[in-house]
Design a protein. Structure first.
Lengths: 349, 283, 496
């Protein structure tokens, strides 16, 4: 497969996953506020973490004077000048899909193209204003559709592996950021049964983990929640599960090399998988959730970088010794520009 | 039958040759039973292509390439609609005696010896033996055709384009061109005017029909009062709508699909590739 | 029976469907029965459904110089254009003849130049053509074929005769719309197509792949074929992708390819992989910055050297634009006579050359009656439609012709044929042209269909997608007439 194509497929999957996570986060925060009752008076404590989870708090602060539900939702949903907004993620997913539409099934392409057309439509804008939940649900369903179509139409070859890599890494990254937003909260069990540990509940909901977690434990013990989202090996959105997925996918891509010939991404992912496997939640709490997650994020980034270097830059380093090694390789995938008009078009004259 | 023919002849030379002059007879005949819908001759290297019609009314395209070249490709394509000349029955009922009364000067040359067909006492005797007791012209010709098929072996690569009929009588083997020369010789020896036809045979996937891989040849005899009728001695059949007629003449020399000369070293021709495909089109 | 076509007017033009108001041509019979029976609301609904499907599938093109919606659908009209078998046979024969002659001409121009030394085509005309590539003189190309994929534009005049308007021998586009339009028709009128003797076009992908595979260097049995695109921002990117997908080959950009030791490789996740055939959708100028435009970022440095060394094949070959030149176009009938010893089956539109002094003054005297075109522009850019232009526009254009006469040709304004097109809630006549696709691999093949382009603006003669044109599906029939849709036979027909 072409390196550029691999890169685009990987990023297409990441952006679809990013969109889905954002939609779920917005939806669950909104639901939470409806449940919150009196506590909702200080709505900011619910919206601020969203900005942290997407890593956009600074950009937001530059644009808006204060944190409020309406502005945060606007900022994260249809704002074109926020590169991490939902619409920009969908555009990026769609642009990447467009460059590889000969490689993916027509149904996958139509699904992601349809989502972009929808978000650009006046219908989406009016839903955003009057029925935001319906908008987020629609985005979620499109993402599920996309994953389902991908699952049932993609041959289990390189394309599939790069799709899984993108999805799993993005998911691990987002869950870790969400966990991090809770790292400052008290982790003792709630003092009396009537009190509702709303933030922890919201965390579970925004990871689609509410039901799965409750099947294991009736009580909302924050440490157990952290352990579940971090270390559970069966729940498909736990970080450990995602890292195992990344590791097995990389093994499928690179083959089982010997230790000495092992490709860098396999080594990094394998080591992380092993570390997580032999870590207990108590150790995490002892070290501090925030610093543990900081370390995790660094390692996710390293894995991402080594995947890019191995599969995308790889080609240049192979057979014949290059006379003058080209260094002007641009990343193949399409990313949302910081400002909409910064898009540079190259075209045939 | 609507047939599409693609026929490419490629000469590859070991060393560059020059001053090549060529004549090709590749344009199918249009007459009562075959209608040419499309014809195209593509010669590479590109040349100025011209044509004339020879004394047998064949279309002869000719061209010259004076500058050195290492390859010559002659590609003929055509779409043609054919019907069988026999669709109204066989031209039977003409007595051998009628042949003696023929006075048409045009037929003279189809009774005499020609370049590759010499009338010999041997052929005459063979003809009399085969047709002994037969008084019908067309039946006699059919007997000759069947006799050749039964007593001569189809053997590619044992003869060349310039094999004379006397050698064929001797070797008892040959290809369509040789069978046709032989049949012409026997017919002429007993007084039936006979001529050479070059063309294509569409075998429709029937591998038992020989001569479909390259240019084919068969024979036409003249039945007094009825005209020329084709018989295919190689396959022991009538020449019907599967036979696409291109050129006629006294023998191969008059109807050769490609003939020419060039200036070049001895044995300059390294390879001759013939690619012939005939497909049936929906009517 | 009332029909949606009852009020249709043919005016003074040659109409493809009606030989006179209310008098149908026999090859449209069954389709008129079927479509004519719909009410305008139903027809409009099907039309909108088709439009939405194109948008959803991203069957779009990019309009240059348009800041807004960068991608647009190519407007599609549901009423098919039908070509009876008799006409098609002639078109096909004419195209095979023409493409054969054009290839011989290119071969000749870059090698022996006999047609020039025999005085048939002036050397100055060839050498001044902007797409002539003197660098390619003497370069042997695979099988001596230069134009492998050709999209020749045909028009019909007021009498219904077909003429060749231009040959697109560089990177003709639109084949994907031919295929997608057929799919749209199948969805909009399920069952109708199956019941009619319409020749399928879906073999195009397979034929294209065969054509390209035929070019592979000798000895390569299973060649690696790629489609080279300038990138996602190119107006025809959808088409590049679509064709790659139809053929099952990768689509690459210049940066995906790299030349090492005169061989072309693509960068893959498994390392470098050699490429044998490139279906390039990048113009000559941009394909290799080492040879042509130094500033091109779209091309592949060294690919031309590799091509000359015979390690990679390009389709179309380099330098084919000389046959596209609108002044060289005027010589095509002479080429056909010269190389093939035949008369053209499809005639040219009469053409006046600016390069010729007497013809140039004719052009300048009759600007208001002629279509004047710059010889090296395509897509409807750089032309003057005399009768539809103001005096001032004519005068300005005249100055440009005077400044560089070689750069212009002129043709009489043809009363292009018209075809009914659905406008809001009824049918109106609009001018159309026709672009069939010719593939030259082992032999010349014409796909039985093509792209019928429609000038959507009333009275307009410009059909280009970039200038407000639309398209129609084109049905080539196995027969000469379409009397009725089988299965909807009148009750009086005896049933066996």
């Amino acid at each position: 497969m072409l390196s550029r194509v691999a890169d685009s497929i990987y990023w297409m999957a990441r952006y679809v996953e990013r969109t889905e996570n954002l939609a779920r986060l917005l939806l669950s925060t909104q639901d939470l506020l409806l449940d919150a009752g009196a506590e909702a008076a200080d709505a900011n404590q619910f919206w601020q973490p969203l900005l942290m989870a997407t890593g956009d708090d600074e950009r937001y602060a530059a644009l808006y004077p204060a944190v409020s539900g309406a502005t945060v939702a606007e900022f994260l949903t249809l704002r074109a000048d926020n590169p991490n907004s939902m619409i920009n993620s969908v555009r990026a997913a769609r642009e990447n899909a467009r460059t590889v539409r000969d490689q993916i099934s027509d149904e996958m392409w139509e699904c992601v193209n349809g989502l972009r057309l929808f978000l650009d439509s006046s219908e989406a804008r009016s839903l955003r204003q009057y029925q935001p939940a319906a908008l987020f649900e629609r985005v979620l369903i499109s993402s599920y559709q996309f994953q389902g179509i991908a699952e049932s139409t993609t041959p289990r070859g390189e394309i599939w592996h790069f799709l899984r890599l993108g999805t799993a890494l993005e998911r691990a990254d987002k869950v870790s950021r969400l966990l991090d937003t809770c790292s400052g909260l008290p982790t003792e069990m709630a003092p009396h049964p009537g009190s509702r540990p709303l933030r922890w509940a919201a965390l579970l909901r925004s990871c689609s983990a509410w039901h799965a977690f409750h099947a294991l434990s009736a009580k909302l013990d924050p440490v157990k929640v952290i352990g579940y989202l971090l270390l559970n090996e069966t729940f498909p959105r736990s970080i450990t599960f995602c890292v195992n997925e990344v590791h097995s996918t990389l093994l499928a891509l690179c083959g089982n090399g010997t230790m000495s010939e092992m490709e860098e991404p396999v080594r990094l992912a394998g080591r992380l998988a092993a570390d997580l496997r032999y870590t207990t939640v108590e150790e995490v709490m002892e070290a501090g959730l925030h610093s543990f997650i900081d370390d995790l994020q660094t390692r996710f980034n390293d894995i991402g970088t080594s995947i890019f270097e191995t599969f995308v830059l790889y080609a240049d380093a192979v057979p014949v010794a290059p006379a003058n090694r080209t260094t002007n390789w641009q990343q193949g995938a399409w990313h949302a520009p910081a400002a909409e008009d910064a898009q540079v078009q190259q075209q045939q004259q | 039958m609507r047939l599409q023919v693609f026929h490419r002849t490629r000469y590859i030379y070991r060393v560059p040759v020059s001053d090549s002059y060529n004549e090709v007879r590749l344009r199918p005949v249009t007459n009562d039973t075959s209608r040419l819908e499309f014809f195209l001759l593509n010669v590479q290297p590109p040349v100025k292509l011209r044509h004339f019609r020879d004394s047998y009314l064949n279309y002869v395209h000719f061209f010259e390439i004076s500058e050195p070249h290492r390859e010559l490709s002659i590609e003929a394509q055509c779409t043609i609609n054919t019907t069988s000349p026999y669709r109204e029955g066989l031209p039977a009922g003409v007595e051998m005696g009628a042949l003696a009364l023929l006075e048409d000067d045009m037929l003279r040359e189809f009774l005499d010896s020609s370049r590759y067909v010499g009338i010999s006492p041997e052929l005459w005797k063979l003809g009399l033996d085969i047709t002994a007791g037969c008084t019908d012209v067309f039946t006699a010709a059919q007997q000759i055709r069947t006799y050749i098929r039964q007593n001569w072996t189809y053997a590619p690569n044992t003869t060349t384009a310039s094999t004379h009929v006397s050698e064929v009588v001797e070797s008892r083997s040959g290809v369509c061109q040789d069978f046709t020369h032989l049949m012409i010789g026997i017919c002429r020896a007993i007084g039936i005017p006979a001529r050479y036809v070059s063309g294509y045979l569409f075998n429709g996937g029937d591998a038992s029909l020989r001569g479909a891989q390259a240019s084919h040849a068969w024979c036409e005899i003249y039945v007094p009062g009825k005209g020329w009728f084709g018989l295919d001695p190689t396959n022991d059949t009538l020449a019907d709508e599967r036979h696409i007629k291109i050129a006629t003449g006294r023998d191969y020399n008059d109807a050769a699909p490609v003939s020419g000369r060039f200036v070049g070293a001895q044995g300059a021709t390294a390879a001759l590739q013939v690619d012939l495909r005939i497909e049936e089109l929906p009517p | 029976m009332a029909s949606i076509f009852d009020d249709y007017r043919t005016d003074q033009f040659f109409d493809e469907v009606f030989s006179a108001p209310g008098v149908r041509r026999p090859h449209y019979g069954a389709v008129l029965d079927s479509i004519g029976g719909l009410n305008p609301v139903d027809f409009g609904l099907r039309q909108r459904t088709a439009d939405n499907a194109f948008l959803r599938q991203g069957v779009t093109f990019t309009v240059y110089g348009d800041e807004q919606g960068t991608e647009r659908i190519f407007p599609f009209d549901l009423m098919p254009r039908i070509i009876p078998r008799r006409e098609w046979d002639r078109i096909e024969a004419g195209l095979v003849q023409r493409i054969t002659a054009l290839n011989l001409f290119l071969h000749d121009v870059y090698h022996g130049r006999k047609i020039i030394s025999d005085g048939i085509v002036p050397a100055s005309l060839v050498e001044s053509a902007s797409h002539y590539r003197p660098e390619f003189r003497g370069v042997k190309v695979p099988h001596n074929i230069y134009i492998h994929i050709c999209g020749t534009d045909l028009v019909r005049d007021g009498k219904g005769d077909y003429y060749v308007l231009e040959d697109n021998g560089r990177c003709p586009s639109g084949a994907s719309y031919m295929l997608e339009n057929r799919n749209a028709m199948k969805r909009a009128f399920p069952g109708l197509l199956q019941s009619l003797p319409v020749r399928p076009v879906d073999s195009y992908g397979t034929l294209l792949r065969e054509t390209l595979a035929h070019l592979a260097p000798p000895g390569v049995l299973d060649p690696v074929i790629v489609v080279l695109t300038p990138g996602v921002y190119n107006s025809a990117y959808f088409e590049h992708c679509y064709l790659a997908k139809q053929m099952g080959v990768p689509i690459v950009e210049g940066r995906d390819l790299i030349v090492r030791q005169d061989r072309v490789f693509m960068r893959t996740t498994q390392g470098l992989q050699q490429v044998h055939v490139i279906y390039r959708r990048i113009d000559d100028d941009f394909i290799d910055p080492l040879v042509f435009r130094k500033d091109s970022l779209l091309g592949v440095p060294g690919v031309v050297q590799s091509y000359q060394a015979g390690h990679v094949a390009l389709a179309n070959s380099i330098g084919t634009g000389v046959a596209d030149d609108k002044a060289v176009y005027g010589c095509v009938p002479k080429m056909i006579k010269y190389y093939l010893d035949q008369d053209p089956i499809l005639p040219n539109v009469p053409t006046y050359l600016g390069a010729d002094d007497s013809e140039c003054s004719y052009i300048l005297d009759n600007l208001d009656k002629l279509v004047v075109k710059a010889v090296n522009e395509s897509g409807g850019y750089g032309m003057l439609m005399g009768p539809h232009s103001t005096k001032k526009e004519c005068a300005e254009f005249g100055e440009r012709v005077k400044a560089n006469p070689r750069n212009y040709i002129a043709q009489p304004v043809l009363a292009l044929s018209r075809h009914p097109v659905f406008v809001q809630d009824h049918f109106e006549g609009r001018h159309i042209d026709f672009r069939p696709y010719v593939l030259y691999g082992d032999r010349v093949r014409v796909v039985p269909g093509g792209l019928t382009r429609v000038a959507l603006k009333a009275g307009s003669l410009v059909v280009n997608s970039s200038q407000g044109g639309g398209s129609k599906d084109t049905w080539v029939l196995w027969e000469d007439r379409l009397d009725q849709v089988p299965g909807t036979a009148p009750a009086s027909t005896p049933v066996a």
